[in-house]
Ligand binder design. Structure first.
Ligand code: ZN
Length: 314
C-alpha cells in the first residue's frame, strides 16, 4: 500500500491544478481523498499519504513512537472531521496552522526516520477518535485539536472559540515542559495601539479567567474614557500568536511598557504534544495517551464507519 502511494505522490508533486485534481490510480484501494489547499492549488491526496505530509510537520519524528502514534490518530481524526464539516466547500483543509501543517515535500519522506514514520502510519492505519455517546453508524468524528504545550492544563474549545466540542479540560502536571513554553514579551503602549488599532491606550486589565486559569477577557481602557473588551484569544491574535504564545499570561507595567509573562504554547485545546511526549516517555501507549487528552472519545477504525460520513471523497 505504502509503495503504491509513493507512486501516487509523484503525481501529487507535479499537480498544477487550480481546481481539484484526482490523483488516485485506477486500481487504488478505496480510501478517502483529502482535498488540501496548498497556496492557490487544491490537491487531492489519499488519506494515509496526506498524513505522511502532516506528521513530520507537526511533531518531530525523533520523538517517542507512542507519542507519534497518538499524533497520527489525532491528525487523521482532525482531517476527517474537517471533511465532514466542509462537504459543501471546495476543499477540506488548509495546509497551514489554520488547520494542520501539510508539506508536499514530506509526501515522499526519505529522511532518517522514514521507517519509523511508516510504522506509525501502519500501526494506526484508519484509526480515528469518535465523539462520545453515539452508535457507530451515526458517529461524528472527533475534531481532535492539538497544540504544542498546555502549560499545565488544557482548555475547552468554548473558552477559546466559543464552540461546544465534547472535549474536557485535563491536567498535565509535567507542563510547561518545552524550553519555549515559559516566555516573556514586552510591548510599548505605541505598539499595543497599533496592533489593537486603538489610539490613546491608558491601561490593560485582565477581567476574567477561565476555569483552566487562562485569561478569559482583556479590557483595554482608553484615555478618552472609552473601553474595549477582547476575548483573550482575539487579543492574542491581534498581538501575534507567535509573540503571545498562549493566553496563560500575567500583565505587569514596567517603565511605561506592558510585560507579558506566560507559560504554555498554543491554544491549549485537545492534545498537548509536549505532554504526550512525556507520557510516552513514561511508558504509556498511544491509546492511553489519547484517552488522557480525549477522555470522552472512543477509538474506532474508519472501515467500520459508514461512508456517508465522508461522502463524495471515496
Ligand atoms: Zn501539557
Amino acid at each position: 500500500m505504502i509503495i503504491r502511494l509513493c507512486v501516487v505522490l509523484a503525481f501529487v508533486i507535479q499537480a498544477q491544478a487550480a481546481t481539484p485534481v484526482d490523483l488516485t490510480l485506477p486500481d487504488s484501494e478505496l480510501t478517502p481523498l483529502v482535498r488540501v489547499r496548498v497556496k492557490n492549488k487544491i490537491l487531492k491526496v489519499p488519506l494515509e499519504s496526506y498524513l505522511m505530509g502532516v506528521l513530520p510537520s507537526e511533531m518531530s519524528l525523533s520523538w517517542p513512537l507512542e507519542a507519534l502514534k497518538a499524533q497520527a490518530v489525532a491528525a487523521r481524526s482532525f482531517v476527517l472531521s474537517q471533511m465532514q464539516r466542509r462537504q459543501s466547500s471546495n476543499f477540506d483543509v488548509e495546509s497551514t496552522h489554520l488547520d494542520q501543517v501539510f508539506r508536499v515535500e514530506h509526501l515522499n519522506y526519505a529522511g532518517p526516520y522514514r521507517k519509523k514514520l511508516l510504522q506509525v502510519l501502519q500501526e494506526t492505519k484508519g484509526e480515528v477518535l469518535l465523539e462520545p455517546q453515539k452508535n457507530v453508524s451515526a458517529s461524528q468524528i472527533q475534531k481532535t485539536y492539538f497544540h504544542s504545550d498546555c502549560g499545565g492544563s488544557t482548555e475547552t474549545s468554548f473558552y477559546v472559540w466559543r464552540t461546544q466540542e465534547p472535549l474536557l479540560q485535563v491536567q498535565d502536571s509535567s507542563c510547561p515542559v518545552s524550553q519555549h513554553s515559559k516566555w516573556e514579551i514586552k510591548f510599548s503602549l505605541k505598539t499595543l495601539e497599533e496592533k489593537l488599532n486603538l489610539p490613546g491606550i491608558k491601561s490593560l486589565q485582565v477581567t476574567t479567567k477561565t476555569p483552566s486559569g487562562r485569561n478569559g477577557t482583556i479590557l483595554v481602557l482608553l484615555n478618552n474614557g472609552d473601553k474595549e473588551l477582547f476575548l483573550a484569544d482575539t487579543f492574542r491574535k491581534r498581538l501575534g500568536f507567535n509573540k503571545v504564545k498562549s493566553t496563560y499570561f500575567d500583565l505587569a507595567l514596567q517603565n511605561g511598557d506592558y510585560v507579558f509573562s506566560g507559560r504554555g504554547h498554543g491554544h491549549g485545546v485537545g492534545m498537548c504534544q509536549w505532554g504526550a511526549r512525556v507520557l510516552a516517555q513514561q511508558g504509556l501507549e498511544y491509546k492511553k495517551i489519547l484517552t488522557h487528552y480525549f477522555p470522552l472519545s472512543r477509538l474506532e477504525n474508519i472501515k467500520n464507519i459508514e461512508r456517508p460520513l465522508y461522502a463524495g471523497k471515496l
